[in-house]
Design a protein around this ligand. Structure first.
Ligand SMILES: NC(=O)c1ccc[n+]([C@@H]2O[C@H](COP(=O)([O-])OP(=O)(O)OC[C@H]3O[C@@H](n4cnc5c(N)ncnc54)[C@H](OP(=O)(O)O)[C@@H]3O)[C@@H](O)[C@H]2O)c1
Length: 363
């Protein structure tokens, strides 16, 4: 047996990965911050160097085949400006261009991965859907927390990824930073999932938590909006459709069921009163908006989103207003539950890094 060799002090062979980042809002901007803050660790631990060669928002884009200065992009975005304002020559061949859409950036640049975090559209999935298609057709991998394209075109996109020999990873689409999909896809290996239950929507968790403390629905919603965890138009969340979208992604990606929104029975929380919550409490139960999938005899699943009075001992019952969670009931691994406390969007932004490392640094 030979003695272990002494450390040489040399870095591992480095691999440079070129990224295009589309969407520089709450998620995309924090993602750039994470890439800046983690650069040393990624290099030392994995031998990886990530160069962002293109970055786009709704007003234009910046690009530099040698890699943009991310701190400058973050500075521009924090100042409410566009990546298009990236100063010419700030990095060797860097420049910004107003009106340049992410699709053109993908088509014009040589890059390895598209990191897509533009807003959700459930009408047509755009601009994310076209960008994902174009990137994969060019042989790029895609990482994204954007649900829209996955809900509308799951089968098409996963077939395209397979055909092109690239990865399409979306662990941030279901419950923020919680690795709900990874847990289901990887760690339930060989199991039959008899049932899953999830609290994948922060807005409704927050509102119900406030109602449990005695605030009527309208005041709890206003508190959620003041807190920044509900949109000005909260209907997607409070009527249950956001949770239903996430359930559709779980059904497709973890349960192997080619589900669409039409397969989900959806009920929101708008009809709940304080009296409902008090009655539940008196019976030792806590009402949560639960997304569930229950296995049928034919191997498909009954999909439902709606308010459920959970008994105190249920793993999801004790989750607070800023938590999301999932429970997998399986035949051979018992019941596995996981939860996240997500007080601001950094964990959701970090899911794109998790996906990148699944591609480039999986053991
Ligand atoms: N926020 C969360 O906690 C969270 C958690 C999980 C998943 N997600 C998902 O992550 C995605 C981004 O969310 P977010 O909160 O970061 O949204 P956001 O703050 O509204 O940011 C959206 C970004 O996309 C850009 N954009 C909008 N339309 C565009 C277009 N047509 N072409 C190019 N860029 C466009 C915006 O440009 P401007 O900067 O010019 O406005 C902005 O930079 C969404 O799909 C969301 O569902 C969010």
């Amino acid at each position: 047996v030979s003695a272990p060799s002494a450390p040489t002090g040399r870095e591992p062979t480095l691999k440079t990965v070129r990224l295009v980042v589309s969407g520089l809002g709450n998620i995309g901007r924090r993602y750039l911050d994470i890439l800046i803050g983690k650069a040393g660790l990624l290099r030392a631990r994995y031998g990886l160097v990530f160069h962002v060669v293109g970055a786009a928002d709704s007003r234009g884009a910046a690009f530099d085949p040698a890699g943009l200065d991310l701190a400058e992009i973050v500075r521009l975005k924090k100042a409410g400006r566009s990546a298009a304002d990236y100063p010419r020559g700030y990095t060797p061949s860097g420049r910004g261009r107003a009106g340049l859409p992410p699709l053109a950036l993908i088509e014009q640049l040589d890059a390895d991965v598209l990191c897509e975090s533009t807003p959700v559209s459930l009408d047509d999935g755009e601009p994310g859907l076209s960008c994902m298609r174009a990137a994969m057709r060019k042989g790029m991998h895609v990482v994204t927390p954007n649900k829209g394209p996955l809900v509308l075109a799951y089968r098409e996109l996963t077939a395209l990824a397979q055909q092109q020999g690239v990865r399409l990873l979306f662990c941030g689409t279901v419950a923020g930073g919680l690795p709900a999909i990874n847990l289901g896809q990887r760690d339930m290996a060989g199991a039959t999932i008899e049932r899953l239950e999830a609290l994948p929507n922060l807005t409704t968790s927050y509102i119900l938590d406030q109602m449990t403390r005695g605030l009527p629905y309208a005041e709890a919603l206003a508190a959620a909006q003041a807190q920044g965890c509900a949109e000005a138009d909260p209907s997607l969340d409070v009527e249950g459709w956001d949770a239903a979208n996430k359930l559709v992604i779980l059904a497709n990606s973890v349960l192997g069921m080619p589900a669409t929104l039409g397969d989900v029975a959806v009920e929101g929380i708008t009809g709940l009163t304080l009296a409902d919550l008090e009655t539940a409490k008196a019976n030792g139960r806590t009402i949560k908006l639960v997304a569930s999938a229950v296995r049928r005899e034919d191997g498909s699943y009954t999909l439902r989103v709606g308010p459920v009075g959970l008994p105190a001992e249920h793993p999801l019952a004790r989750l607070g207003g800023q938590q999301m969670g999932i429970v997998y009931h399986t035949d051979i691994y018992g019941t596995i539950s996981a939860a996240i406390l997500e007080e601001e969007p950094t964990p959701s932004s970090a899911t794109m890094l998790r996906d990148l490392l699944t591609i480039y640094a999986a053991p």
